[in-house]
Design a binder for this molecule. Structure first.
Ligand SMILES: C[S@@+](CC[C@H](N)C(=O)[O-])C[C@H]1O[C@@H](n2cnc3c(N)ncnc32)[C@H](O)[C@@H]1O
Length: 257
């Protein structure tokens, strides 16, 4: 036992295959492993890597997800305060659209404990591969769907647009099947101000159990988005519209002409 530390790692999206060697080593050598991964196979596998592995609380009786996230942070910190080297495991990249992980690192550091986060493979990384999107071609804008709407985020339709958590629009609580319909209609209406209603959009779900599963790639016109089959793990991708204007004066200034 040491003086307490926190390392947060991600499993990636696909079962077992996406975990980095560094993350695996931290899991194996930790005094205590806590995990927030939903599927039982990953949970069992984490226990095989480190028998201390235990699920983090995920209380869906709270009114707001933010309260549940606070409970997760407190559970992690309780073990760190005992002087244990704690490894907390989340799915995907642990720092991408994952509020409690950043909060736990901040809290641990404020209390004087060494704390670090290791990168992992996020859903967006899988999207780049499965949908053939190179963000270097025309840029890539990535927003949480509710944040995108309520803050009226500015974006450029000639650059790729990725919207996360489209099943949770306006929902501060927990996922409800069919609870997303109103939010999705509002999102469609807002997007129609910048894209034509027949513009092809993609509802994307990266394969979770490779190689048994394939990604789910639903292509449909924007106007049909409210009728798309959406789950908790759906992400919306809107490909870039044809090329943006090129500033010739800027090219000359850059010595390109
Ligand atoms: C709370 S965030 C967690 C993201 C995760 N930390 C990551 O690195 O991808 C949940 C959102 O991530 C996206 N997501 C999660 N799993 C996905 C998958 N298998 N395919 C596509 N998007 C996914 C969805 O937008 C979902 O609403």
């Amino acid at each position: 036992m040491g003086t307490g530390s926190l390392t947060i790692v991600g499993t990636g999206i696909q079962l077992v295959g996406h975990l980095t060697l560094a993350a695996q080593a931290w899991i194996q050598q930790a005094d205590k492993v806590l995990f927030a991964v939903a599927d039982p196979l990953t949970a069992e596998w984490l226990r095989s890597l480190n028998p201390t592995a235990e699920a983090l609380p995920y209380n869906t009786k709270n009114q707001r997800r933010s309260e549940t996230y606070q409970e997760i942070v407190q559970r992690i910190l309780a073990e760190v305060r005992l002087g244990l080297n704690v490894c907390a495991v989340f799915y995907g990249h642990p720092g991408v659209f994952a509020t409690p992980t950043h909060a736990a690192i901040r809290q641990a550091q404020e209390e004087g404990f060494p704390a670090q986060m290791l990168p992992g493979i996020s859903a967006e990384d899988c999207l780049f591969a499965d949908l053939g999107l190179d963000p270097g071609k025309s840029g890539c804008q990535s927003f949480e769907a509710t944040d995108f709407l309520i803050r009226r985020r500015k974006f450029d339709p000639t650059s790729a647009l990725i919207l996360w958590q489209i099943a949770m629009i306006g929902n501060l609580g927990f996922y409800q099947p069919d609870g997303y319909l109103q939010g999705l209609s509002v999102l469609t209406e807002v997007l129609t101000a910048d894209y034509s209603s027949d513009r092809e959009v993609i509802v994307y779900e990266a394969a979770v159990y490779y190689p048994v599963c394939q990604p789910v790639i639903q292509k449909l016109p924007l106007c049909q988005l409210p009728t798309a089959k959406i789950t908790e793990i759906s992400t919306l991708y809107i490909p870039p519209q044809p090329s943006a204007f090129v500033d010739r004066e800027m090219m000359i200034r850059l010595g390109m002409a």
